[in-house]
Write a protein that binds this ligand. Sequence first.
Ligand code: IMJ
Length: 269
Amino acid sequence: MESTVENSSEINLGKLLAGKRGVVFGVANDHSLAWSCSRLANLAGAELAFSYQAPTLERRVRPLAESINSKFIEQCDLSDDNQVDAFFTKLGKSWPSIDFIIHAVAFANKEDLEGRFVDTTRKGFSLALDVSAYTLTSVCKYALPYMKDNGGSIVTLSYYGAEKVIPNYNVMGVAKAALEASVRYLASDLGGHNIRVNAISAGPVRTLAAMGISGFRDMLKYVEQRTPLKRNVQADEVGKSALYFLSDLASGVTGEVLHVDCGYSIVGM
Ligand code: IMJ
């Protein structure tokens, strides 16, 4: 049986996030890493708000959000600053403040996730960087007025392709590198408001973002054989690490990129 937080006898999330309110961007379905983070944050006592990018995605996100008693579920296309602004303005009318944000958003054109990186078009490059990297800055900018008096924590998701060449990851690798650098600059800017900004670099997980990537199954096998832990990371393990960043346990940690990858990234040969 897959180990989950619920069937683990050792872990009690208790009141780690009791009374805290957080916003989640990037739940696509129940396999999403953003959903693991959300579910665990809720088990730890947090109240959550959700956004979905397009009306067609609402029917996936709403039942999940409602299953953990979320009351605020709104459409927000993060590539449009006006929608980001409107999202936080509306949320600000029902919540006194926001304590944390989970950003798990990425997109590149399918044709830019195969073949050679050198063939990436200017438009494809721009789209991938805009959606996968700039949206973190945009979210921070518009959330700041609702966070700055209380401090807070912002977590985003990255991948090893930001650091090393991974077949077919291509423009997404460049976008994740920009995202990780953004984490450091945002951490510096927001530190004075006691807002921490960190990233989790997750090992490969079977999510919607990984489906349809040619050879993904083989990549999981390859990684499993080479990680120090001799297996692939589970979505809930990414969620548990997110809880650390979101909670007071990580009060002294900002601008960090934490590998949650069963140790894959430490291996040289
Ligand atoms: C994605 C492409 C190539 C290799 C990959 C991935 N590996 C992993 C991923 C090894 C783990 C998944 N990943 C970490 C991503 O960041 C995926 C982002 C993504 C996925 C899609 C698929 C569908 C689409 N556009 C996408 N844009 C970004 O049309």
